[in-house]
Write a protein that binds this ligand. Sequence first.
Ligand code: NAD
Length: 242
Amino acid sequence: MNQEMEKLTQWVGESRKMVFFGGAGVSTESGIPDFRSVDGLYRQKYPYPPETVLSRSFFDRNPEEFYRFYRDKMLILDAKPNMAHRKLAQLEASGHLLSVITQNIDGLHTLAGSRRVWELHGSVHRNTCMKCGAAYPVSAIAQSQGVPRCTCGGIIKPDVVLYEEPLDEDVLYGAVQDLQQADLLVVGGTSLAVYPAAGLLRYYGGKRIVLINKSPTPYDSQADLVLAGPIGEILGALPDGV
Ligand code: NAD
């Protein structure tokens, strides 16, 4: 085991309130593309950039085009949790991890068995009629054509936070509280370019910060330990029961 892995193993083993803060890079090993990697959505050919098509004003103006992109690029429903998701769930069960704060909307942390998950940007698995508030499973979106409609005629909207929309206050509050009491912060699979999510890290009240990412981030210089590489492999290499 190299020095960085030894340190990570030691710090995770000593922690009783680790918080993991992650993003799209956590799910690339599950086959879900992120935004900013070389094969991420920003580099794929599409008439509109993701930030435009995933904005609230675009959704309101052009829901058909929104749903074309959303079904094609964001709903990857056969994706399975990878070693990163599974290890974080194990660390919670063994009393090392307090919670996962994620920018992802794919629901894979919960599917892996994590219980305390703050989904800052919502989840594709929750969908609501904008007119009557009826709830719909993701299958209703995946299996419908064009703009999905409720039986009342209203448009069904995914409970994902679109650009220009505020974050859910209860989720924000829960995430901030956990960061304030955390004794280890592990940040992984995120470019830390999306605000206000990335700004939450300033609420961390502990000492040790670990960063696990394939490419450099603006936060590298503030981390006590930086591991460059695939997060599933890195977290998966932690010994069982640390
Ligand atoms: P991002 O695309 O901006 O950055 C991803 C980062 O992860 C990059 O720095 C990349 O180098 C790194 N990375 C990629 N694969 C990795 C791996 N296997 N191991 C370690 N690092 C890896 O993603 P972001 O910072 O989360 O911001 C993008 C926004 O897009 C978020 O708000 C998120 O909600 C959304 N998004 C979500 C999903 C999802 O739910 N899976 C997918 C795409 C985008």
